[in-house]
Design a protein around this ligand. Structure first.
Ligand code: ADP
Length: 374
């Protein structure tokens, strides 16, 4: 795609959302970050089936096989696709979704070496997400030499939580060491709140829960547009059951495994990569596979997923002292009707209305990036 001469932007912003085996991106004019001109996604990175889809929104995307491509190769392909689609334009700012900002980063932040070093220090708190996010920053620093980059944190939206929803019941020095419930999926929550506000939704008076259910799953309690509690806490492990993550686990079970001789890396691998729907079903982390299967283990995994979702959303209703509206988003929340219906049945006792929205983290990143680099 090449834009006609008169419509061509000179300066572009790029939003990058890099996951463990996938990435999503979006491009907008630097002087109008609210309109995406070009967007895309690459998935199955590192595998033979790796591919890149991209193009203008609302058009059929072009598709390119990039077998075996890792993150660096895929990012190079993205840069090439942007250069080809916007000849003569310059990328002047790049924003990244960074999952963990810890206690230090409560706002989108311009990246320099000291920021990168501090974010490296949070890798053990988000081992699935932080490394690819930081790899994205470092790779794009070489592809777009000298261009300012901004880190937009999933934890930042939750900085408004009251202490009781931030604290863990440990002596204070552990809080000071950073052992707190941070909360995640903040860019998604921010995007949903912005969408509802644009629709004129009266969310100022509304007790709202945002149920983001994708590969990672969380429920966030929102009052007056601000996060007051989140099912994910110190790390992205807590709360609902997920594709490969266990969700809530009694800390005593972890201690038991360590006493049994499992080392910390084995337990980390178990909880982040082999648990959740994959662990329970024994064959897939993907909700589509589970719904299509007649294996009784798949049915049990789904039962478990639904039950945990109902419990965690209800827990958020407790934090809100009531519940008016639940917004479902993420791949499962948006598309898996049978799952959503069962969760809604489970929540019927609370009498909330339910909405479905397509979350748009990349637009949030574009807006924040424009603010910081302009
Ligand atoms: P991520 O968290 O990596 O961004 P997504 O938000 O894309 O992931 O969610 C991925 C999940 O959504 C997978 O479990 C996938 O099976 C599920 N999903 C996507 N489309 C459907 C569908 N049509 N029916 C059921 N589940 C779906």
């Amino acid at each position: 795609m090449t834009l006609p001469e008169e419509g061509r932007p000179g300066a572009l912003l790029l939003a990058m959302n890099v996951g463990s085996s996938s990435l999503k991106f979006a491009v907008a004019r630097a002087d109008d970050p609210s309109v995406q001109l070009f967007a895309g996604a690459a998935d199955r990175l590192g595998a033979d089936g790796a591919k890149l889809l991209c193009g203008p929104p609302d058009a059929e995307p072009s598709r390119k096989q990039i077998p075996g491509a890792d993150h660096a190769v895929a990012l190079k392909e993205v840069a090439a696709a942007i250069a080809e689609s916007f000849p003569g334009a310059t990328v002047t700012g790049i924003g990244h979704r960074i999952v963990h900002g810890g206690a230090e980063f409560l706002q989108p932040t311009l990246i320099d070496d000291s920021v990168l070093t501090a974010l490296d220090g949070l890798i053990t708190l988000a081992p699935l997400h932080q490394p690819p996010g930081l790899k994205g920053i470092r790779t794009l620093a070489t592809l777009y030499n000298g261009v300012r980059q901004v880190a937009c944190f999933d934890t930042a939206f939750h900085a408004t939580k009251p202490w009781v929803h931030e604290a863990i019941a440990l002596p204070e020095r552990f809080y000071d060491m950073g052992l707190r419930r941070y909360g995640f999926h903040g860019l998604s929550c921010q995007s949903i709140c912005r969408m509802l506000a644009a629709e004129g939704f009266p969310y100022a008076d509304c007790k709202l829960v945002i149920a983001h259910m994708g590969n990672g799953c969380s429920a966030t309690a929102v009052r007056d547009g601000k996060s007051i509690a989140c099912s994910m806490g110190f790390s992205t492990l807590d709360g609902l059951a997920m594709g490969t993550r266990a969700g809530r686990v009694d800390a005593g079970a972890i201690l038991h495994l360590l006493h049994q001789g499992f080392d910390v890396h084995e337990v980390e691998d178990l909880l982040y990569r082999r648990a959740g729907m994959l662990g329970l079903s024994g064959f897939s982390n993907d909700m589509r596979d589970l719904l299509a299967s007649d294996d009784p283990k798949a049915a049990r995994a789904i039962d478990f997923f639904v039950e945990r979702a109902v419990e965690e959303i209800s827990r958020m209703a407790g934090a809100l002292r009531g519940l008016d509206t639940v917004v479902f988003c993420g791949g499962i929340g948006e598309n898996a009707h049978p799952i959503r219906e069962r969760i809604c049945d489970g929540l019927a006792f609370l009498g909330p209305e339910t909405l479905v929205r397509q979350t748009d983290e990349e637009s949030e990143i574009l807006l924040e990036t424009a603010r910081l680099v302009s």
